[in-house]
Write a new protein. Structure first.
Lengths: 292, 263
């Protein structure tokens, strides 16, 4: 690096430090003493911010193009229009009803699927006989594309809530079942021997060894189950519902209002992300100080 | 309070006619004709190459292997399953990654309810053994924060916290580096002297056996059987470079590599 270049960098740094006096007072030496080190820091944008650059650019471009009339509003309305649509629906109160019904479907379906997944996963993981009896069947059912169940569920359970919840439960079931079953099967037998050595009862064995040992994998299973529950609620609501975010999408499509479709997509994304974040936060709490 | 040596005994009688392992096609004779009596408070090392059945022998005494012909008894009671009267340390520490040092040691008392062992007493015991293995500063650390030697100390504390009459160690220092291993050998002697339990330690390291044991039991393989029992009369602490020590080591060594007598 030539002296001139270094000087340039120093000048640039000075400018920055004048514009941000706070930074220069907290790190008094950083600007002047070590320019090389500093130029490296200047280039460093936190990874999290990096991820925002492209979406924001696209969003701004989209807004500009839409306002300039280059994007037909009945095809791709501006982001602000989508935002206004969400706001208007929320203000009227309609939106809350749709969100609530979708959330309750996800919750009911996920709870049902995760509960059955936990029971069967625990059983097949723990008892080899149950595994030999059940696992081949469940594995082959897993290879059925889940949407293929829809006609059957509609026929059996009607168009009401139960068919939707069942479909969501099927989606949530498999990851929970698989992760738990495999995790229990893969517990280090040497650890189980420690339990045997200290005369743990079967119940203590489950509570003190098996449960904590499989917890990380189980939480991963719950998280993917929840993700699939969100996927399947969309499918269920697209295929026949009179309320919910999925219904809003169909409604938007039927009445030619893309803003409503986009608004629903955004809400689905936001809600899905929120519930996933909540599960992972609970998981992190439960796993505490573990090395994994 | 914790040194109530009155209940302590720990006489182990081993009479194993044979122990077979069922393979896919043939049966493997793992142990044959093992007769050994270990006195209360004695430190016995079992030396043998891999596959000589020394670990199997230890697992039988621990109660983890029950399918064999013969009788193993502890203070006259037949061993039929694991119990708190025997503490076991494996080659791997086998600590539970989700528990602190304290809770891992407490795991050794897991089967005892609060009626068998009131909480304050339980805590005192756990602390006592954490102190005994020299880890009082690490009581609330997790296993992944500990070195190999420290983890093995926790495993020893866990094995001892139930106040066993017999401590069974299966190559406990084999996966430690040489210097840590020597320090742990001194430590186990110190702990043995403090606790006065009977100790059976299985190893493939002749020097380790001669350094630690009152008696060295030499085993040969196929079938696993005792070829010789050598008492080591050297005073402790033993000097590994001392002439008598080296002589004792040579004796075991010769026994080890001599052809096994037909039994």
């Amino acid at each position: 690096m030539s002296v001139a270049e270094q000087n340039q960098k120093l000048n640039w740094k000075k400018l920055v430090s004048i514009r941000t006096p706070m930074a220069s007072t907290t790190k008094p030496n950083s600007a002047a003493v070590n320019p090389k080190n500093n130029s490296a820091r200047r280039m460093q944008i936190p990874d999290r911010l990096l991820g925002w650059i492209i979406p924001l650019t696209v969003l701004i471009l989209w807004e500009i193009l839409a306002r300039a009339g280059m994007l037909p509003p009945n095809w791709l309305p501006a982001p602000t229009v989508v935002g206004q649509t969400i706001y208007r629906m929320a203000a009227v109160g309609d939106l809350w009803r749709h969100i609530a019904i979708t959330l309750s479907r996800v919750a009911a379906g996920f709870l049902l699927g995760a509960t059955v997944g936990t029971l069967l996963g625990g059983l097949t993981g723990y008892a080899p006989l149950a595994r030999k009896l059940l696992d081949p069947l469940l594995q082959s059912l897993r290879s059925v594309p889940s949407i293929a169940w829809v006609p059957l569920f509609l026929l059996w359970l009607g168009i009401e809530e139960s068919s939707k919840i069942t479909l969501i439960a099927v989606g949530a079931f498999f990851p929970v079942y698989l992760n738990l079953s495999v995790a229990i099967r893969h517990i280090d037998p040497k650890l189980l021997e420690v339990g045997k050595l200290y005369r743990l009862s079967s119940f203590q064995m489950v509570r003190r060894l098996i449960l904590p040992a499989v917890l990380p994998e189980y939480i991963v299973g719950l998280r993917s189950g929840l993700g699939l529950a969100w996927m399947f609620v969309v499918a269920a609501e697209l295929l026949g519902a009179s309320s919910g975010l999925g219904y809003l999408m169909v409604d938007g499509q039927m009445t030619g209002r893309p803003a409503i479709i986009l608004a629903s997509v955004i809400l689905f994304a936001g809600l899905g992300k929120t519930t996933d974040w909540m599960t992972s936060a609970v998981g992190r709490r439960l796993l505490g100080h573990r090395a994994r | 309070m914790l040194n109530d040596s009155a209940h302590k005994c720990g006489r182990v009688d081993i009479q194993i006619e044979q122990k077979l392992f069922a393979g896919s096609q043939s049966k493997l004779l793992a142990l044959r004709n093992i007769i050994l009596t270990i006195d209360p408070g004695e430190f016995v090392c079992v030396v043998g190459g891999s596959g000589c059945g020394k670990t199997t022998l230890l697992r039988i005494v621990a109660g983890l292997e029950t399918d064999y012909e013969g009788v193993v008894s502890l203070d006259g009671r037949k061993v039929i399953r694991p119990g708190l009267d025997r503490g076991v340390v494996f080659q791997e520490h086998r600590l539970l990654s989700w528990l602190t040092v304290h809770d891992n040691v407490a795991f050794g008392l897991a089967s005892l309810g609060s009626k068998d062992l009131p909480l304050p007493e339980r805590k005192t015991k756990i602390r006592h053994y954490i102190n005994l293995v020299g880890l009082n500063e690490f009581e609330y650390e997790y296993p992944h924060q500990l070195s190999g030697g420290m983890s093995q100390r926790v495993a020893i504390a866990r094995a001892l916290v139930g106040r066993p009459q017999v401590l069974l160690l299966d190559e406990p220092f084999a996966s430690l580096d040489a210097l840590t291993r020597m320090r742990m050998q001194q430590e186990i002697l110190r702990i043995w002297e403090a606790e006065r339990t009977t100790v059976v330690l299985v190893t493939h390291d002749i020097e380790e056996a001669v350094y630690l044991a009152d008696r060295v039991v030499v085993m040969s393989s196929q079938p696993g059987t005792i070829t010789r029992i050598l008492p080591i009369h050297l005073p402790r602490p033993r000097d590994r470079t001392d002439g008598e020590f080296i002589q004792a080591r040579r004796l075991v060594h010769d026994e080890f590599f001599a052809p096994a007598p037909q039994s």
